[in-house]
Every structure is written in C-alpha cells, then in structure tokens.
Write a protein that binds this ligand. Sequence first.
Ligand code: AP5
Ligand code: MG
Length: 190
Amino acid sequence: MLNIIICGAPGCGKGTQSDLIVEKYKLKHLSTGDLLRKEIAEKSELGKVAESYISKGNLVPDEMIINILSKNIEENNNSNGIILDGFPRTVAQAEALQSMLSNNGKEISVLLDLSVEKDELIDRLIKRGQTSGRSDDNMETIKKRLEVYEIQTAPVSDFYRSLNKYAAIDGMGSIDEIFGRISSVLDSKR
Ligand code: AP5
Ligand code: MG
C-alpha cells in the first residue's frame, strides 16, 4: 500500500501530477482544495466559510480541514492507498494526520515535495486564471498564497524529513519529465 503526500507551492503541479499517479498506481486522490471547491459550488455553510478564506489566499482553519479529511480517509479505508494533495499544510495538520492514520494501522510512505521557481509558478497560475474560474487565481491572491505557503506550509517538509519520509522533486520541465522523476521515487517504495 502506498500512502503519499504531494506538496509544494501553489501552481507547482500537485493536481496535474496526482492525476498521473492515480492512473499508474491506482490510488485514491484526496485534494482538500477540490473538496472545499465542491462545498463552495454547492453553496453549503462550510463552503461559504471556506470561500471567505480561499478568495483572500489564506488557509482555512485547521479544525475545519481536519474534520473534512478524516471523514474522507475513513470512507477510503479499503483503497489501494491514497494520495493527499494539499494536505497537510500546517504542522498541526501533519500531527493530526499521523494519529488519523495510525488509528487505522496505516502510515505515510513518502512526501513528494515539488519545487518550482517563483516566476514559473506565477506564470502557470495567471495562465490558468484565464479559464479556471477560481477566485484565487489573480495576481493579488497568488502573491498572498505564495507568502502563506512559505510561512505556514514549508515547515511541514521538515516534519517529514525528520521521519525520513521526504523526497524532493524538481518540478521544472515538462509534465512527463516530472512524472518520470516521481515514478522512480514511488517505484522504490512499492
Ligand atoms: P489548493 O487547491 O490546494 O491550491 P494550491 O495549493 O494553491 O495549488 P493549485 O491547485 O493552485 O496548484 P497545483 O499545485 O495543484 O498545480 P496544478 O497541477 O493545478 O488550495 C486552494 C486553497 O484552499 C488554499 O489557498 C486554502 O485557502 C484552501 N486549502 C486547501 N487545502 C487546505 C488545507 N490543507 N488547509 C487549509 N486550507 C486549505 O498546475 C497549475 C497550472 O500549471 C495548471 O494550469 C497546469 O495545467 C499547469 N502545469 C502543471 N504542470 C506544468 C508543467 N510541468 N509545465 C507547465 N504548466 C504546468
Ligand atoms: Mg491543485
């Protein structure tokens, strides 16, 4: 069983690479961003609260996201494994995840950390913003998301480094080249 975390700055390619990983390794994709956008589209109470954070480029509160994710992990308890995209994003979320998984007799296999140059991140997100309809794909919010990432999310890497479950992936280049780099790490973990 492979339980993977894919992380990195906004626009680094988490969603794009997750789709390829799911196809090859038959894992269940859990993206907290996608789960929140579904709530927003359904205009649920949770969606309304989430939108007020997302559109400003801030993280939604840990407690809210941990609740959503633990429900989804429970529901996918019998899958081949999971790929977590955009979670954990704070050290508190990483700690909560450790106990969620160990309660189910599971553990993280590896965290894939995609690194991409800042100018390239901004280019990708501005381009996507022309068609995505996402309230956070505009220059002002992109800048805020990148700041929040550096302050709140980058420390999550150290958490997994200290557990020896960290793999840095060069996220520059073509989608296929990057997937090749990821595959060689995952093949060594199977
Ligand atoms: P989330 O949805 O996770 O967004 P994000 O981290 O900002 O990342 P993106 O989805 O924008 O980018 P990506 O890395 O998936 O890249 P993609 O593959 O799309 O989170 C959104 C918000 O929700 C957060 O800001 C927060 O408010 C909230 N949230 C979510 N999770 C949370 C949590 N755990 N705790 C608290 N709050 C949370 O690629 C980007 C673009 O580039 C695409 O157009 C793609 O086609 C293109 N592209 C991909 N790869 C390449 C390549 N190699 N070359 C050229 N273009 C490429
Ligand atoms: Mg994404």
